[in-house]
Structures are given as structure tokens and as C-alpha cells.
Design a protein around this ligand. Sequence first.
Ligand SMILES: C[S@@+](CC[C@H](N)C(=O)[O-])C[C@H]1O[C@@H](n2cnc3c(N)ncnc32)[C@H](O)[C@@H]1O
Length: 246
Amino acid sequence: MARQNIYDNETFFGEYRKLREREVNANNLFELPTLFSLLPDLEGKKVLDLGCGSGERCIDYLKKGAASVTGVDISEKMLAVAEAENNDPRITYLKMPMEEIGSIDDVFDVVISSLAFHYVEDFGGVVANVYRLLRDGGIFLFSQEHPLATCYSGKGDRWTRDENGKKLYANIADYCVERRNDSTWFVEGVQRYHRMFSTIVNTLCDAGFRILKMAEPYPTEELVKKYPEYYDLYHKPDFLFVKVVK
Ligand SMILES: C[S@@+](CC[C@H](N)C(=O)[O-])C[C@H]1O[C@@H](n2cnc3c(N)ncnc32)[C@H](O)[C@@H]1O
């Protein structure tokens, strides 16, 4: 099964780090606040973080009371940052593709994944393993790029605009064609997987999970006044969150 490790690409890694270091970015404005608002009580919990990257969230989960955190990531470069900057005796970082978490011999109270599943082809396989690794009543919370974002193939104009250049609509094509969608983000050929909203939900339900909450973050009016470019998210949310229970 195809498995790209784009975060170990020198150029991609450097540009991604720069983006995340900017104070104003979509992660800090929308993704993180929504993630934190959906977190279950982590007091004394064993947490598994899939696609943990440079480990900032692992530290956040400890600060929110988690007893231990296991962070899994495919990227050596991201994990090197995690080990250097976000280390703690209660955190274990594992360099492994999340497609292989079936080999982990442990049970967790909470599994969280932030913005990594759109890189995974075998979503059903990962979800089945998450179900197996969770205790009964355990929570699985993840964010990913929204299906309205992953379906964009880079062909044609992203937006239909009026005569003044104002964005009127996000252009959508082939939403119902599930596929690997290669795009250019810092470098060419970044592999992301487009799945329909219904496929994501049905995969979770078929694995045995019960849906608790979903979220598609968008800005408040105040935020749009400050950063008008984020009005885009009223047309087309960029992030999807799903919180389920075993
Ligand atoms: C957008 S970053 C998010 C990092 C972190 N969760 C955060 O929110 O700051 C996506 C991460 O997913 C990791 N990743 C991508 N595909 C993966 C896979 N198949 N298995 C494990 N990690 C993967 C990447 O290496 C990268 O660190």
C-alpha cells in the first residue's frame, strides 16, 4: 500500500515548520481551539496520538492531566523535533506508520489524531486498529482536512469570483470520486486521500463506534473583521472533526 513520508522532505519540512511558527495560521485560529473544545477529560488517562508530529499536543495532553502519552509518527524529522523540544518521561514517541499500530500491545483510554488522516490510504484499517486499542467506553477524536478540501484536485480555478474579484463560490468537482489526490503544498506531489463525508462516518460506525460530535470550524464575525481572508471558511470549511466512543 502506498505510504508517503512527505514531512521528511527537506523543503516541505522547512516550510511547514515556518508556517506553524507563524502566530496567525489556520491551525492556531481554528483547528486547535476546536480540538481543545472537543477533548474528553484527560485526567489520569492513557492517550495515543496518531501523527503526533513535533509533539506539542502530547505536552498539551499531559498539561491537561493525562497520565501518559504515546505519540506515533512516520517522520524522522518531526520526531527529532519532538524528542528535542517536547520530551517528558511520561511521553513515548514511536516512529512508525499509523497503518501499523496493530502491532502495539497496549490499551488506551483516549486516541487522538490531529490533521493526519488525509495522508492515510487505508482509513478503515487504521480505524479498526484504533477500536481494538481502545478500552470499552474509550474516546477517539480526530481532525482531518475537510472532504470539501481534499476533493480539490488543483485543476481549474478554486473560486468563482464576481467582476471585482470577490469570491462567490468554492468550485467543487468529483466530490463523489474517492481517490488519491496529489497536490502542490510547498512541494509538488503531496499525496492526500479524498474520502466522502459519508464514507468517513460509515467507516467509524461499521467499526463499532458511536458518534458523539462533529465540528467544521469557521470564524466568528469578529475574527473575520480582523482577518477578512478567513471568510473563505464560510464557503468551504477546511477542517473536519469527529469524536466517537467505543
Ligand atoms: C499536519 S502534521 C500534524 C502534526 C500534529 N498532529 C499537529 O497537529 O501538530 C501531520 C503529521 O502526520 C504525520 N503522518 C503522515 N502520514 C502518516 C502515517 N501514515 N503514519 C504516521 N504519521 C503520519 C506526518 O509525518 C506529520 O507529522
